[in-house]
Design a protein around this ligand. Structure first.
Ligand code: NAP
Length: 469
């Protein structure tokens, strides 16, 4: 056999997942400077690619979604293939991959949510923000969910950018939402929404909030909603003020300034909705007879932890208020893949700088790699994944050069495709996805929207089968 990584014997890599981290890994592999010839096959559980760029980024943040143009360009490489509608662990197993690929990279992100572990968390009306986000973005697995938006007050727990997205969608006018690519059914449901007040609860102060300046600024531009920040919430406590005075934390400083600007604003009679931003409070119980009726919160105070950060500590001061629906937005969490190690405590695939390890801090496994949120946990923006994926790919190329890889018995595309065909897995190609993409955009153009998404997999496959025939 000729050397690995040549035109006769290319390094065959399976990328599992088609979000940003998967595409950046594919790009770094295909453009490697060591002249290693690589073939990348990307497997995606859904019919459509792009992971959270399609299913997570807020529908009113269209500019961010332009990043997919970069991914489309990567997909034009003749050594790249996309296999949509193929689920790892079901349609193809780890043992199949090992037969066909020298290396496997897991780029599956973090698909579930963290839990608060408080009484009433599972009451009807208490939802994970991750589900609401997937629902309004037209994710096929979540399109059947229903959210009762008939009460006047919604609560959003958490102070990250996902909490900001959820709050903004709930507080936007229908005209604002109609200009986006929000799923049609979500637009219809939100038309019927009765929500007048969205209360955001941050367990620490405004100076510690994880949201970024543009997101906080956007709240002030909403057509129908006024941001309400009390004096106590607008002005930092002594510990936070001391931090701001002695650190050049531009994001925190500007966030606090904006909170004070919101606090100083006069009530606008043309804005019938409110976004109430509360800090230093934690939910302790969700209450209701069968479904959520009230939220009980406790006031927190900050203390300096041994590790240097400011942490919240509950006081004895409680408060209860009425609310009909709550969205828990306290971070995403990875889920295990069949046949792949998982470090439960952190919700990630255990790894040493991207090389998968048997256990946390255990030995590395040849041929197995990880990128993105399932490597480092759910943090950072889309662009954060580029250097993260490049770092893992550097290890992959190093290992390939040393022939520390899987030793596949049938390392060819033909073998993979015959396996899929034998199992009657109807895989979707990139060309097919681009056809759907075009149709979605055309449907949107007619309505002055960026696109109208397909959300029903049966409908999508029927359309594609029609074209194939
Ligand atoms: P995140 O930024 O990590 O925020 C999680 C929030 O949940 C924090 O406010 C955290 O508070 C809070 N929290 C955690 N446990 C809690 C508990 N038990 N009780 C109450 N609050 C709790 O996560 P995310 O909002 O899910 O976002 C994930 C990543 O995607 C982030 O890096 C984010 O910036 C990024 N993202 C970016 C955009 C954008 O660029 N527009 C949009 C969406 C998401 P503490 O700070 O006290 O831990």
């Amino acid at each position: 056999m000729t050397n690995l990584g040549t035109a006769e014997n290319p390094l065959r890599v399976a990328v599992i997942g088609s979000g940003p981290s998967g595409f950046y890994a594919a790009d770094a592999l295909l453009k490697n400077k060591q002249d290693i010839v690589v073939e990348v096959d990307m497997f995606e559980r859904l019919i459509t690619p792009y992971g959270l760029v399609r299913g997570g980024v807020a529908p009113d943040h269209q500019k961010i979604k332009n990043v997919v143009k970069v991914y489309d360009k990567i997909a034009t490489n003749e050594r790249f293939r996309f296999y949509g509608n193929v689920e790892f662990g079901k349609d193809v197993l780890h043992e199949d991959m090992v037969k066909h690929y020298h290396q496997i990279v897991y780029a599956v992100g973090a698909q579930t949510d963290n839990r608060l572990d408080i009484p009433g968390e599972d009451l009807a009306g208490s939802h994970a923000a991750t589900e609401f986000v997937a629902w309004y973005n037209g994710h096929p697995d979540y399109r059947h969910l229903t959210f009762d938006l008939s009460s006047e007050t919604a609560v959003v727990i958490g102070n990250g950018n996902v909490a900001m997205d959820v709050t903004r969608i709930l507080a936007s006018s229908i005209e604002e939402l109609s200009r986006t690519d929000i799923a049609d059914y979500a637009l219809e449901a939100l038309k019927e929404s009765n929500i007048k007040r969205v209360v955001m609860l941050g367990r620490r102060g405004g100076a510690q909030a994880k949201f970024t300046n543009p997101e906080l600024k956007e709240f002030g531009n909403l057509e129908e909603a006024q941001v309400i920040v009390s004096e106590a919430d607008a002005f930092p406590d002594a510990l936070s003020q001391d931090y701001l005075d002695n650190n050049n934390d531009k994001t925190a400083t500007r966030n606090v300034e904006m909170l004070q600007e919101y606090h100083a604003l006069a009530r606008d009679p043309n804005k019938p909705k409110e976004i109430v931003m509360r800090f230093l409070v934690s939910p302790v119980e969700f209450m209701g007879n069968g479904s959520l009726e009230q939220v009980k919160i406790v006031k927190n105070e900050l203390y300096m932890s041994d590790r240097g950060g400011m942490r919240p500590r509950a006081t004895e001061e409680f408060e209860t208020f009425d609310a009909g629906v709550v969205f828990r937005s306290i971070g995403y969490r990875g889920v295990p893949l069949p046949g792949v190690p998982f470090f439960e405590r952190w919700g990630i695939i255990p790894n040493d700088e991207g090389r998968v390890t048997e256990t946390h801090e255990g030995d590395t496994l040849a041929g197995e790699y990880v990128v993105g949120w399932i490597k480092r946990g759910p943090s950072g923006i889309i662009g954060t994944n580029k250097p993260d994926s490049q770092a893992t790919v550097a290890k992959m190329l190093e290992d390939a050069a040393n022939s520390t890889t899987h030793t596949p018995v049938a390392p060819t595309r033909e073998a993979v495709e015959s396996l899929l065909n034998e199992r009657a897995v109807r895989f979707v190609t990139y060309d097919e996805w681009q056809h759907l993409d075009k149709l979605e955009t055309e449907r949107g153009e007619a309505l002055g929207r960026p696109r109208v998404k397909f959300t029903n997999p049966d409908e999508m496959l029927k359309l594609l089968d029609g074209i194939r025939a």
